[in-house]
Design a protein around this ligand. Structure first.
Ligand code: AMP
Ligand code: MG
Length: 537
């Protein structure tokens, strides 16, 4: 069968194409059309033989009912045996739009549409092309998503052609779908009303009209074995790309830690806008992290794009399940077969490095503000030489009992004058102090990570101390040298020479560039807060 593709750019000029589609529908054929949610595969809802062709074209299981699309709210009566006030209130609030209402069905609705149920799902779509086609056909149209069953729903005419070319006579191209995920499905047959499938119309919006509304437990979970599906569609493998997809819980930092600690777990990533530069994999984006509508709009397209990369295994970022995000998670969790992974607790440790003046303290303060446990290696170094500590006695034995002030505290200047300048003596100092410093940092980091906290280790010598081996991820804070010099002059009143000496005692920028997993830039022209938000929120 040849599949004709009609581009409907300007409805007023495309009446011939709309009429051609309507004629096919009246003749019992199947036509794909755009709606504001996803592309639909339509047939006359009152013609059982026509509806069967939808199931054949999609390979859809017979027991999964279809949504009936109408062109005006009054037409609810054509297919529903009773229309309660609550249905009229929903129609007034959300139609035309991405909401499907389930009501008791009339006998004229064939069993193929309702899959043998006593109810019918009804929607009035907002897309002008969908409305024009329903009106021109003069009958309600049963229409599921226009994809092969089990795969991602189509959000462009190209997606429909990829799945349906040769299987149906015509596809109407009305551009990319505005919402990108299927309608919210609510049943008014139960009391209280129950959301069977979340979508762009949110539970909160529905509650404003209906009062109490329940969300079916299959929204974010697989249907329990042996349990009857309220909405038969929820029991099938759904929306799945060919790549084996898993979702990583947590922030982008957690995602990157997972990647690093599970080499080979993925050859592509599904991430939010702006994250691509941080991810060392082929990456496809699906919307903005804090904008679930944009995620919905992009999700299915992104899943298809993911498959076009040829990836075998992919990891996705975890969206928030609030509002429209509930619909996004509902689709993404199913696309991933509910494979949701997270880091082993001990891996959520992040090492921060960067030269003096790069702004590490500010970075760590900002991370502490969002609940991270920050371990400052300098502070631990001071702790291990407190009066009475074994390390302090060992230092006295090695460098002289008079390295203390009269009050018993360590005189760092005197110790430095004896330990530095001679490699053997510096090594001795390191051998005495470092093991205890490292032991304390490690035990504190592991305890906090075990508690579920994100742990930040701020260590001047992150790599040469070996502390990086404790970290699931290392982040380098970068600022150019003249910026760091200016900051140190202003903040600490250091001279150029003192600054140079300090820089020489630190890990070189080359080493940091080579070793660190990712970079946060903190020159005056950089927005560090924005980068932190991207990585850690
Ligand atoms: P699709 O048309 O592919 O977007 O899928 C329609 C969704 O609505 C599926 O999840 C169906 O199981 C669901 N649905 C359609 N009719 C009914 C009904 N009468 N009762 C419960 N769920 C329904
Ligand atoms: Mg579908």
């Amino acid at each position: 069968m040849e599949t004709k593709l009609y581009k409907i750019d300007d409805l007023t000029k495309r009446t011939n194409e709309i009429e051609a589609a309507a004629a096919l529908l009246r003749a019992g054929q199947v036509v794909a059309f755009p709606t504001e949610t996803v592309y639909g595969l339509a047939a006359n809802a009152l013609d059982g033989a026509a509806v069967r062709k939808i199931f054949e074209a999609k390979g859809r299981p017979q027991d999964n009912p279809l949504i009936v699309h109408i062109a005006s709210p009054d037409e609810m009566e054509t297919v529903a045996s009773s229309v309660p006030d609550s249905a009229r209130a929903l129609a007034a609030a959300f139609w035309p739009g991405p909401l499907t209402i389930i009501l008791p069905k009339k006998d004229c609705v064939p069993d193929t549409v309702s899959a043998g149920l006593s109810t019918v799902a009804i929607r009035l779509p907002a897309h002008p092309v969908a409305q024009a086609v329903i009106r021109a056909a003069g009958v309600p149209l049963a229409a599921p998503s226009a994809n092969i069953s089990g795969f991602p729903s189509p959000t462009t005419a190209r997606d429909v052609m990829d799945d349906m070319a040769g299987r149906i006579p015509a596809v109407l191209d009305g551009g990319a779908c505005r919402y990108g995920i299927e309608s919210t499905v609510i049943t008014l047959v139960t009391d209280p009303p129950r959301i069977l499938r979340p979508g762009a119309v949110t539970p909160a919006q529905l509650e404003r009209v209906l009062g109490k509304v329940e969300v079916d437990e299959t929204a974010l979970q697989p249907l329990e074995a042996g349990k009857q599906a309220q909405s038969p569609g929820m029991k099938y493998k759904h929306y799945a790309p060919r790549a084996e997809l898993s979702i990583v819980r947590g922030s982008l930092a957690h995602f990157l830690i997972y990647l690093k600690t599970h080499p080979g777990a993925a050859d592509a990533a599904l991430c939010f806008e702006g994250e691509t530069p941080y991810i060392p994999l082929k990456s496809v984006t699906f919307g903005k992290k804090d904008d679930p509508l944009s995620q919905a709009q992009r999700l299915f397209d992104a899943l298809r794009e993911l498959d076009r990369t040829g990836a075998k295994k992919a990891l996705a970022r975890m969206p928030d399940a609030e509002g429209v995000g509930l619909g996004v998670c509902n689709r993404l969790f199913r696309a991933a077969g509910f494979r949701i992974v997270s880091n082993e607790k001990k891996d959520a440790i992040i090492g921060v490095c960067g030269g003096s003046g790069a702004g590490k303290s500010r970075l760590c303060a900002l991370l502490a503000d969002i609940g991270a446990e920050v371990i400052d290696a300098d502070a631990v170094a001071r702790e291990v030489t407190l009066p009475g500590s074994p390390v302090l006695s060992a230092l006295q034995a090695a460098f002289g009992a008079d390295i203390l002030f009269p009050d018993g505290s360590l005189d760092r200047k005197t110790l430095a004058s004896r330990a530095f300048g001679d490699p053997a003596r510096t090594a001795k100092l390191t051998a005495i102090t470092h093991p205890e410093i490292l032991r304390r940092i490690e035990s504190r980091a592991l305890a906090a990570a075990e508690n579920g906290q994100t742990v930040i280790i701020d260590a001047p010598l992150l790599f040469s101390s070996g502390l990086d081996r404790l970290c699931g991820l290392t982040v380098r804070l970068f600022a150019s040298e003249d910026v760091r010099r200016a900051r140190l002059k202003e903040r600490e009143g250091l001279t150029d020479e003192e600054i140079s000496r300090r820089f020489l005692s630190q890990e070189t920028e080359n080493l940091l560039a080579k070793k660190a997993d990712l970079v946060i830039c903190n020159d005056p022209s950089d927005d560090m807060q924005a980068q932190i938000k991207t990585i850690f929120f």
